[in-house]
Design a protein around this ligand. Structure first.
Ligand SMILES: *[C@@H]1O[C@H](CO)[C@@H](O)[C@H](O)[C@H]1NC(C)=O
Ligand SMILES: *[C@@H]1O[C@H](CO)[C@@H](O)[C@H](O)[C@H]1NC(C)=O
Ligand SMILES: *[C@@H]1O[C@H](CO)[C@@H](O)[C@H](O)[C@H]1NC(C)=O
Length: 382
């Protein structure tokens, strides 16, 4: 007898059996992973057991070199995970001696190392400067509290003169002639080097900070959970994009209206998920991603602003402009006037031309990279 009810029951039994088998399989898999992975399955890789006691751990699989193990523990407190611990190239070292990250904290030559630092600043601000802008930078630095490490990138080879300012003696000075902000940032602000800082400011030298306070700014950034941000730019300044102009009556804005035809729905850069490259502020995680996107040879960083959103999940919500702390953009020709006169063009024209070329090249590279990525996926699936 083949009643529909019976076959219904049969089907149910099979489903349950499959389900039990599946769950058992998972448990078996988990315990195998727990017990055997390090000793027998992958004997040639240096693995150590990760649990809540070990919170800072590095592995090539980590998305940002920090706390991956802890994040996984949140998924299931009792799930144990095995990870290789040493960074690539350092596998021979005993894991506990490996320091894969660093900082800019200045230390003494004497005494005990653990007594060197009276405090560890949680934030970092860098300015790319020429000595001619010293008064503006001096005024700007006063808007950053003792909770900031100050880094100056010098493009004009004049460093010792800055010691006229008391704060300069505690700043980090890095000098290379006629290089741009993004050139320095790529080389000296590697995410593993600035890993101690919750937020990194990478700013131009021609900003007016009369109406800006960095601590207050970060309060707003934290309140709104912004991963990438900038202060609003005063409406009297030269400006390129509506999104970055200060709005009245709000603390933060994440969208703006542009000229006809610029904004799509849902809005993308330059109408949302967008800040400009003159005064960006990155969270630690966002900077780790953005650093990887910066090209070594595209030194002006044009086009980067349109691509920042690729580094942030839910970019529309996590990228924004802070309106209660705002800045002036003074548009002082500085580094840009230090180009070279060529083919009858003025120095600044040559620089401007290169900016436009770089923007085009960056867009092409990104498009090619994305195409290559999606092709890779297709061939894996097929
Ligand atoms: C790792 O996570 C723990 C708990 O969430 C936290 O206390 C610790 O500061 C984190 N460590 C790093 C390096 O982020
Ligand atoms: C976590 O995994 C263990 C098995 O490793 C399981 O017994 C437990 O029910 C899981 N807990 C949750 C909250 O999923
Ligand atoms: C510096 O940071 C500490 C700790 O978060 C805070 O208490 C203090 O107010 C900060 N300093 C200023 C000037 O805001």
């Amino acid at each position: 007898m083949n009643s529909p009810i019976k076959s219904g029951k049969e089907a149910m039994k099979t489903t349950i059996a499959l389900f039990v088998g599946f769950v058992f399989g998972i448990f078996l898999g988990l315990s195998l992973t727990k017990m055997n992975l390090s000793s027998s399955l992958i004997p040639s890789i240096n693995l150590i057991y990760v649990d809540d006691q070990i919170s800072t751990i590095y592995s090539p699989y980590l998305k940002d070199g920090r706390n991956f193990s802890i994040e996984h523990h949140k998924l299931n407190e009792t799930t144990k995970i095995w990870l290789p611990t040493n960074p690539p190239g350092a596998e021979r070292l005993p894991p506990k001696i490996v320091e894969s990250q660093s900082d800019f904290y200045l230390r003494r030559l004497w005494g005990l190392p653990h007594e060197d630092l009276s405090m560890k600043p949680k934030y970092l601000v860098s300015f790319t400067v020429g000595y001619d802008q010293r008064d503006n930078i001096d005024a700007a630095i006063k808007k950053f509290s003792e909770n900031f490490t100050i880094v100056l990138f010098h493009y004009d080879d004049r460093i010792s003169e800055w010691n006229q300012f008391e704060w300069s003696k505690k700043a980090i000075h890095i000098s290379a002639r006629k290089q741009t902000k993004w050139w320095y940032a790529k080389r000296f602000l590697h995410p593993d080097i600035v890993a101690s800082y919750d937020y990194v400011f990478i700013w131009d030298e021609d900003l007016g900070l009369e109406r800006f306070d960095a601590e207050e700014y970060l309060k707003i950034v934290k309140k709104y959970g912004l991963e990438i941000s900038q202060p609003g730019v005063d409406r009297s300044s030269d400006y390129t994009w509506e999104m970055t102009r200060k709005k009245d009556g709000v603390e933060v804005h994440k969208e703006a209206e542009e000229k006809d035809g610029w904004c799509s729905n849902p809005p993308v850069p330059p109408c949302a998920a967008f800040v400009e490259i003159m005064a960006p502020v990155f969270s630690r995680d966002a900077w780790r991603c953005v650093w990887h996107m910066i090209q070594n040879d595209l030194v002006h960083g044009w086009g980067l602003d349109f691509a920042l959103r690729k580094c942030v999940e839910n970019a529309h919500d996590k990228i924004g402009v802070v309106d209660t702390q705002w800045i002036l953009h003074k548009s002082i020709p500085s580094l840009n006037s230090q180009g070279q006169a060529e083919n009858g063009k003025k120095p600044w024209e040559g620089v401007r031309d290169r900016c436009h070329k770089e923007w085009k090249m960056f867009k092409e590279r990104m498009a090619n990279a994305e195409a290559a990525q999606s092709q890779g996926h297709n061939s894996m699936n097929s």
